[in-house]
Design a protein around this ligand. Structure first.
Ligand code: AMP
Length: 326
């Protein structure tokens, strides 16, 4: 499970932006403010107790919000993760969250903060009051107290998460809602890659994949460079040790591009009868860095020295059918 925190002062646009992000990444959006408003609307005892505090712009007790958070974690097992909005709101709540997650063998993955100026907070909240009719948006004194509560109790979380190396900030006033959304998606993509350690393709990564290939009975190892199964392309690193056997095969739906990152190998083309018609030496002092294997071209690889290639092809991976192997 991934645990992301959407951070920012009241009115920064957290709720507005949460929808697109949670949908794209299959995250359960948890807004403690919304949950509390639902309790008030349903007239529950919890709602009755929370209303007074919320209307005054104060925080409700930790035990109340933490109970709601834990229940939501427990009742959502089918999501990729959670997008927390409005929680944690104090360093105490952040520490409790860390503890709650540690007990589940999990941790906060990243904090995405949307920042706006105090004056913008007031303008945005007053505008929202006209649209959504939230009681705590309508009164200027309540708004001012919420801003004060934010600075005093919530803002210290920035340092807390910066120290943990999890803090990512975007400018909530960089443009309209769409512009902020684009910026958020850009930050999310970066975080996602970072979490998967795919942002840089360097020698350390090649060394790791190479080590896994040595341990594999197939003498080869693929390293998927896509960030999600929804990505309908094939982009991977492929380590092949000498002795790797690849059947003569063809891809009828896409050209295959191969770039050699390490080693020496041949790409061999065949005609329909399995007779070799062209051999392309790659690596060493050949000056050949890669090949484009045309759609439908029968081919195989012969590994001379341990080789690592980058391979790209259109369309999702599927096992080769009989008619595509010689
Ligand atoms: P929000 O919709 O996030 O602006 O929250 C509205 C109000 O709900 C806040 O002003 C608080 O009174 C209360 N609230 C929401 N989340 C929390 C939390 N994590 N801790 C304490 N109070 C909260």
């Amino acid at each position: 499970m991934k645990y992301y925190i959407l951070f920012g002062p009241p009115g920064a646009g957290k709720g507005t932006q949460a929808g697109a992000i949670s949908k794209k990444y299959n995250l359960k959006h948890i807004s403690t403010g919304e949950m509390l408003r639902a309790e008030i609307a349903a007239g529950t005892e919890l709602g009755r107790q929370a209303k007074e505090l919320i209307d005054a712009g104060n925080l409700v007790p930790d035990s109340v919000v933490e109970g709601m958070i834990e229940n939501t974690f427990n009742s959502n097992k089918d999501v990729a993760g959670f997008l927390l909005d409005g929680f944690p709101r104090t360093v105490g709540q952040a520490a409790d969250l860390d503890q709650m997650l540690a007990l589940r063998g999990e941790k906060v993955n990243a904090v995405i903060s949307i920042m706006i100026k105090d004056q913008t907070i007031i303008e945005r909240i007053q505008h929202r009051a006209e649209i959504e009719g939230r009681a705590d948006d309508a009164n200027v004194e309540t708004i001012k107290n919420r801003i004060a509560t934010y600075h005093k109790q919530t803002e210290p979380l920035i340092t807390y998460y910066k120290n943990a190396g999890k803090y990512h900030e975007i400018d909530g006033e960089c443009g309209d809602i769409e512009a902020v959304r684009k910026e958020m998606l850009r930050v999310f993509r970066g975080i996602d890659k970072l979490l998967e350690r795919q942002v840089v393709i360097d020698n350390a990564l090649l060394d790791n994949v190479q080590m896994l290939a040595h341990e594999s009975p197939r003498l080869r190892m693929n390293y998927d460079l896509r960030n999600s199964e929804d990505d309908q392309s094939q982009r991977m690193l492929n380590v092949m040790l000498p002795g790797t056997k690849t059947a003569i095969h063809r891809h009828n739906y896409s050209t295959e591009t191969i770039m050699l990152l390490r080693g020496q190998m041949d790409t061999v083309f065949y005609n329909d009868k399995g007779v070799e018609k062209e051999r392309i030496h790659m690596g060493g002092d050949t000056g050949v860095l890669g090949v484009n294997i045309p759609k439908g071209q029968w081919h195989t690889f012969e590994v001379i020295d341990l080789s690592i290639i980058f391979m790209a092809q259109d369309g999702p991976w599927s096992p080769l059918s009989k008619e595509n192997m010689l």
